[in-house]
Write a protein that binds this ligand. Structure first.
Ligand SMILES: [Zn+2]
Ligand SMILES: [Zn+2]
Length: 268
């Protein structure tokens, strides 16, 4: 009996999500149609913006596909669903900024419509993701810094233990020589290999604020993207609740809000 009840509740949710997604699909088509009517918009901008609108919708659809096709506790599918949801959020921010820049009544209406229908989808899919992840226990890491290999260090998220930051000596496909390679939650960067000894010293000492200061000095003033200076902790993309901002369709910056509510620009 209980099982039957659960099954019908699941069916109900599935049905609702389908409805929300087709709502978003409709608004997507309306925006694309509207962009097509704007004669003073040049073709390349129209194509870009049309692409953003489509990508926003298809990322939501893909997240749903991952969630509905997965068997319980398959982390790989859940992670991809989470990534698609994040991507969809970024594209929505982009589409909203594009519509705002048009500064017409129709564009303002479309912006409101797309944000509304997106929120329905996003709330429902996030809830579904939460529900399916419930069995997946967060493992609080025991170390602040993990030495993964000689010349390679990993920084785990303080909440779930997922590796948020990696530093190593190596090459990305763009590097011609060995470099100090950083990859964080918003960006990756190759730096001078000669800088490695001083950074590795901070890592050996698990001194995250020094690592942050090092990134400020040698990269950008935002420093180590996954680091909340107020908490003195590292957070993964999910737990730093990253949000990209756009201005007229162009990337502006990324904000992070940590589980304690500290907010800062983590990438510019
Ligand atoms: Zn985390
Ligand atoms: Zn914090």
């Amino acid at each position: 009996m209980e099982n039957k009840k659960n099954q019908s509740a699941a069916k109900e949710r599935t049905w609702k999500i389908r409805e929300y997604i087709s709502g978003l699909e409709k608004v997507k088509d309306e925006i694309i149609e509207y962009l097509g009517t704007l004669s003073d918009l040049d073709d390349s901008t129209r194509n870009l913006w049309t692409g953003d609108t489509k990508e926003c919708y298809y990322s939501i659809a893909a997240a749903w596909q991952m969630l509905s096709s997965q068997t319980k506790n398959n982390n790989r599918f859940l992670d991809s669903a989470g990534n698609f949801l994040k991507a969809a959020e970024s594209r929505l921010a982009q589409v909203s900024s594009e519509l705002t820049s048009l500064d017409t009544k129709e564009a303002r209406c479309l912006k409101q419509e797309v944000e509304e229908s997106f929120n329905y989808c996003h709330l429902a899919l996030s809830a579904e993701l939460e529900r399916l992840s419930a069995g997946k226990k967060n493992k609080k890491p025991t170390q602040k810094v993990i030495k993964a290999a000689e010349n390679e260090y990993h920084l785990p998220c303080a909440v779930c233990g997922e590796i948020a930051v990696k530093f190593k000596i190596g090459r990305t496909k763009y590097d011609k020589k060995d470099s100090l390679v950083f990859s964080g939650i918003t960006f990756s960067r190759s730096m001078e290999k000669d800088l490695a000894p001083q950074l590795f010293k901070h890592l050996e000492q698990e001194n995250l604020s020094r690592v942050h200061a090092f990134m400020k000095k040698h990269y950008k003033r935002e420093g180590l993207d996954a680091y909340c200076p107020k908490c003195g902790k590292i957070y993964c993309k999910r737990h730093y609740r990253t949000r990209e901002e756009y201005d007229e369709g162009y990337y502006d910056c990324t904000y992070g809000t940590c589980p304690k509510g500290h907010k800062r620009i983590i990438h510019d």
